[in-house]
Design a protein around this ligand. Structure first.
Ligand SMILES: *[C@@H]1O[C@H](CO)[C@@H](O)[C@H](O)[C@H]1NC(C)=O
Ligand SMILES: *[C@@H]1O[C@H](CO)[C@@H](O)[C@H](O)[C@H]1NC(C)=O
Ligand SMILES: *[C@@H]1O[C@H](CO)[C@@H](O)[C@H](O)[C@H]1NC(C)=O
Ligand SMILES: *[C@@H]1O[C@H](CO)[C@@H](O)[C@H](O)[C@H]1NC(C)=O
Length: 249
């Protein structure tokens, strides 16, 4: 009886030993590097923070990392503001006193050990931008009641793109409804205008997220007229411009 238990015990121990060594073995196997984490393809620099370009990889032995920028080797010793996190490929660029533009470019990380190499995607690093709205001279818009109308916003092409909203000149949100709505590109769309839509302060604002700036477009004036008034206004207009005059020159 005692003997049989001992045998059982020995077998169990053996089995256990086999199991643990079966678990151990792969961990000791040589393993070429594989990239486990990297920054998205488009990296927009937020000048309020360090640039942190992620690159992590696993492998046996633990890989070492290097970077290229615009296709050429990035020598970390040449720039005290650029460093790599320990046991990681993640690149940290302190732009505290530097111009962020200096660090724009296409970055790529390579993880290497004696069994192989792995490369990350190209990561395109660009400075955030909030260009100024170009000066415009916007004429008042005169329309007949009941027609559809679109007020263009057309913000400057920022990086990342700005958040668009329409307000009046005292910074109140303009009412939106089934009838009045903002389209995806930021234009304000009226499915059928009413006289109460007449106002002189339709203002499109663009908020640029990284630079924390808000820019405003010139106010747009809209005058919605009923048929009678519209005819009179048009008559005035044509008379003024002598459209139908046959006077010899
Ligand atoms: C790195 O930063 C220091 C100041 O912190 C600056 O003097 C130096 O020019 C920077 N190096 C490069 C290559 O931009
Ligand atoms: C990398 O190339 C881009 C595009 O040609 C250029 O604007 C940028 O200044 C370059 N970056 C560096 C660090 O030279
Ligand atoms: C406005 O003018 C159009 C043509 O010019 C005419 O057909 C219409 O009856 C006029 N409407 C009013 C309300 O005067
Ligand atoms: C058109 O202009 C003439 C003079 O230039 C003026 O006498 C007339 O009243 C005008 N008509 C309208 C409809 O405004």
């Amino acid at each position: 009886m005692d003997g049989r238990w001992r045998t059982m015990e020995a077998l169990l121990l053996l089995l256990f030993g086999l199991l643990t060594s079966a678990l151990d073995v792969p961990l000791d196997l040589p393993q070429p590097p594989t990239i486990t984490h990297q920054s998205p393809k488009d990296y927009i620099i937020d000048t309020r923070e360090n640039i942190v370009i992620q690159c992590e990889a696993k492998g046996k032995p633990h890989p070492s990392f290097s970077w290229t920028r615009n296709g050429t080797h990035l020598d970390l010793d040449l720039d005290a503001n650029v460093s790599m996190r320990p046991r990681s490929g993640t690149l940290v660029i302190d732009i505290g006193t530097e111009k962020a533009e200096l660090y724009e470019g296409v970055y790529q990380c390579t993880a290497r050990n004696k069994h192989g190499t792995a490369v990350s995607n190209n990561m395109i690093v660009r400075q955030s931008r909030s260009p100024l709205w170009s000066k415009e001279n916007i004429q008042p818009i005169v329309v007949q009641e009941g027609v559809s109308l679109m007020l263009p916003c057309r913000p400057p092409a920022g990086l990342p793109p700005p958040v668009i909203f329409w307000m009046d000149n005292i910074f109140q949100k303009l009412p939106q409804s089934q009838r009045v709505s903002q389209s995806l590109n930021g234009d304000l769309y009226f499915s059928n205008v009413r006289q109460e839509d007449s106002r002189s302060d339709y203002i499109c604002y663009a908020r640029f997220p990284y630079t924390q700036t808000i820019q405003q477009k010139q106010p747009i004036t809209v005058r919605v007229l009923d048929m009678d008034t519209l005819n009179d206004t048009m008559a005035d207009l044509y008379n003024d411009t002598d459209l139908f005059s046959d006077a010899p020159s």
